[in-house]
Design a binder for this molecule. Structure first.
Ligand code: LLP
Length: 419
């Protein structure tokens, strides 16, 4: 887990006081350190690119802020997009269509037609999608997502690659599907699988690469298609707790690229990290607005609930918390950090040792860059929060806090009801 500088008791984010950010932009606010996004991208790209040609497809579902996408576009990243909305957002951020690969699931005819219009690459998830795409065009390079029978992840809810999953072409239909694509006249370029998200071991990656390599060779032998790229998906876990180990990228890259190069003639390896690139780049700053003692429990009521960060409530995920304005003070008591949402499941952190808490303190929730803002909502009619980008001692707003008008913008009250 990444540590932050302490300046006389104040948490600093790339030279900027987190307390000043909270005061200037209000809370809750997601604060991203630009240099960390760049560093994470470079680390993962270089780890693989030193061994073979590599495409890092940033899984933008983790964080689609246009400024963050623009940073990754400058770095030369590719994109894994799962909806036409994500494709259009990445185009808006400046990504060329050739660097975007769309992998949808249960894709409608309308969405498929819109995606074709953008000119981005399409990775097909089902036989139905193949047949429906063929009715629109066959003059487009494609690849397929397969269901590898390998699942991984920090929670059952994010495991995708196991047998019987809703994602991908089942193993026993892969050869037929590639053959059908060839018959239809498609140029099939690659193969893809994703086992799940946030697992902390290398086994699922090596297992899925074994499955993919075997398929690459069978497709060449049985269907006579020579594939160019192999995409083993995303899911590389990151340390959320202070003593969690970091992923050994070099070891992972050696294991994977060795297998691909020894077993196949594949030219390019692709991977789709989301969390790895943005997770630890961002903290969520939230203000303590209320203090309560109930029996043995001490509650710190903050202004961010699961409307702002849903991961604890949804997956029981751990996010480290610190007090940004008491950064040099040791924990003196165990607190429950809870939000303003009217549901008992609304919490940010359980049973954490914190300094003596007071109203007005700023709580920093770590590792908020992935699936933080992107999964936030307006539940309880709370406008969504602001996002700020810090770079070389400067903090800039990259998303305005929503206002109440935003809550009502798309609602229509029939005239007869407003009399
Ligand atoms: N590729 C595909 C096809 C995916 O479905 C995903 C994530 C990724 C790549 C990126 O996975 P990552 O490297 O970020 O782990 N909301 C959950 C995570 C759901 C991920 C869904 N798919 C969370 O907050 O942990």
């Amino acid at each position: 887990m990444r540590d932050y500088e302490n300046n006389k008791g104040t948490m600093m984010i790339d030279g900027v006081s987190s307390v000043d950010i909270a005061n200037k932009f209000g809370t809750p606010v997601y604060v991203t350190d630009e240099q960390i996004v760049r560093e994470n991208y470079r680390n993962i790209y270089n780890a693989f690119a030193q061994y073979m040609p590599t495409e890092v497809h940033y899984a933008c579902k983790a964080n689609t802020n246009l400024a963050i996408l623009s940073i990754l576009n400058q770095e030369g990243s590719h994109i894994d997009a799962v909806s036409i909305g994500e494709v259009l957002t990445c185009l808006k951020a400046g990504f060329p269509a050739e660097r975007i690969m769309y992998t949808g699931v249960n894709v409608s005819d309308e969405e498929l037609a819109q995606v074709v219009q953008t000119g981005c690459r399409i990775n097909l998830d089902s036989r139905s999608e193949l047949e429906r795409l063929a009715k629109i065009t066959t003059d487009i390079p494609i690849s397929f997502r397969i269901t590898p029978g390998v699942a991984s992840g920090h929670s059952e809810k994010v495991m995708t690659g196991g047998k019987g999953s809703k994602f991908g072409i089942p193993m026993n239909q892969v050869i037929d599907t590639y053959a059908r694509a060839k018959d239809l006249g498609f140029d099939v370029k690659g193969i893809h699988a994703h086992t799940g998200s946030g697992g902390m071991t290398t086994d699922p990656f090596t297992d899925v690469v074994d499955v993919l390599c075997e398929m690459v060779n069978r497709i060449e032998e049985e269907v006579n298609i020579k594939l160019e790229f192999l995409d083993f998906g995303g899911g590389i876990g990151v340390p959320y707790r202070p003593h969690d180990p970091e992923a050994d990228l070099n070891e992972l890259a050696i294991l994977i690229t060795d297998t691909i190069q020894e077993e196949t003639d594949i030219k390019t390896v692709a991977l789709e990290p989301g969390r790895f690139i943005v997770c630890d780049s961002t903290v969520l700053l939230t203000k303590c607005v209320d203090i309560k003692e109930a029996g043995m429990k001490k509650f710190v009521g903050v202004d961010a609930g699961f409307n702002t960060l849903i991961r604890p409530a949804l997956y029981d995920s751990y996010h480290y918390v610190a007090v940004a304005n008491k950064f040099n003070k040791a924990g003196v008591a165990k607190y429950e950090v809870v939000g303003p949402i009217c549901k008992s499941g609304d919490y940010i952190a359980h049973d954490r040792a914190l300094p003596e808490m007071e109203e007005g303190d700023i709580v920093a929730v770590y590792c908020g860059g992935a699936y933080g803002f992107s999964m936030s909502s307006n539940y309880n009619s709370r406008p969504r929060c602001a996002e700020v980008l810090v770079n070389n001692g400067e903090a800039e707003l990259i998303r305005e806090r929503e206002d109440f008008e935003d809550l009502w913008r798309h609602q229509i009250v029939p005239a007869r009801l407003s009399k």
